[in-house]
Design a protein around this ligand. Structure first.
Ligand SMILES: Nc1ncnc2c1ncn2[C@@H]1O[C@H](COP(=O)(O)OP(=O)(O)OP(=O)(O)O)[C@@H](O)[C@H]1O
Length: 272
């Protein structure tokens, strides 16, 4: 679904590459965490997938197409296959919940009857039914992120990219968002999430790709992440995929999110 073939990105001539000869493949329907410290290249990776930035060298393939060579007029077609969620939600403040989600369909010319069907269905999926008429400032942070997720998936993209989607949320609200992303992944959407939140990564037990200074230093199935780990750690630098680590704490490898987050409330209270 996504393939990087020796991809480098240099923003300014002479500067250290933001991504340095990255080669990897993400299969259809995978859920992948992209982890690493601030500045390690996570957002750059996501921007290259969206063709918001172009690679300096190497090739990027998305949904079977080499997008490094894609003409500019074909970029909107690529973007329709990709939903994106950000840390700061990026909702339109003057539009209601319904209108924010509907807008994603209007801009690509979906007919009114399709919008009338898809928006309520998607709001139901993200558990926001009944809040259609609220404005973003009348919602909690977790609810605003749910609207942003609804907007990202309403056109049924093949890929969902999430850049620190829980960065502004407390742990229990974050757990609800992770449950939602997991559910979306299980319906067949490939999910790539950039984060430096090791608790979330370690609870989810998904594939983990770790970047340090633009280089992939670890790619591990059912992986874990220790943000304090440095390059001197003998474990870093290994290519543990496939296979992967066994356990973290008391969570068994392969436990479902429902098992690991059994007591997490689905939605948090506190909406204005
Ligand atoms: N538009 C830009 N122009 C110049 N340099 C950039 C630009 N965007 C990113 N960089 C640089 O590229 C490197 C990687 O940045 P990137 O934003 O991809 O990292 P990140 O892992 O997403 O970090 P964060 O977690 O802070 O968002 C950094 O050194 C950053 O300063």
């Amino acid at each position: 679904m996504i393939r990087f073939d020796r991809v480098s990105k240099v923003y300014k001539r002479g500067a250290r590459p933001a991504l340095d000869r990255v080669s990897l493949e993400i299969e259809r329907e995978e859920f992948v965490f992209l982890v690493g410290a601030s500045g390690s290249g996570k957002s750059t990776f996501l921007r290259l997938v969206m063709r918001e930035e172009q690679a300096t060298s190497g090739r990027v393939y998305v949904a079977g197409r080499e997008i490094t060579a894609l003409s500019q007029w074909k970029v909107p077609g690529l973007r329709r296959r990709i939903g994106v969620v950000f840390q700061d939600f990026r909702l339109l403040p003057g539009k209601t919940v319904f209108e924010n989600v509907a807008f994603a369909q209007q801009v690509i010319g979906r007919p009114r009857h399709t919008i009338a069907r898809d928006v309520p269905e998607t709001l139901e999926l993200v558990k926001l039914s009944g809040k259609e008429k609220r404005l973003p400032h009348e919602l909690s942070g977790g609810e605003q992120q749910r609207v942003a997720i609804a907007r990202a998936i309403v056109n049924r993209p093949a890929i969902l990219l999430a850049d620190e989607p829980t960065g502004n949320l407390d742990p229990s609200t974050s757990a609800g968002i992770m449950q939602l992303l997991d559910r979306i992944n299980r319906t067949g959407t490939t999910v790539v999430m950039a984060t430096h939140d090791e608790n979330i990564v370690n609870q989810m037990r998904k594939r983990v790709i770790q970047l340090i200074d633009g280089e992939v230093v670890r790619d591990q199935e059912y992986g874990t992440y220790d943000s304090a780990e440095g390059l001197d750690d003998p474990d870093v630098g290994g290519r543990a995929r496939p296979g992967g680590a066994g356990r973290v704490g008391s969570i068994p490898a392969g436990a479902t999110l429902a098992e690991t987050m059994e007591h997490t409330p689905e939605t948090e209270g506190g909406a204005a």
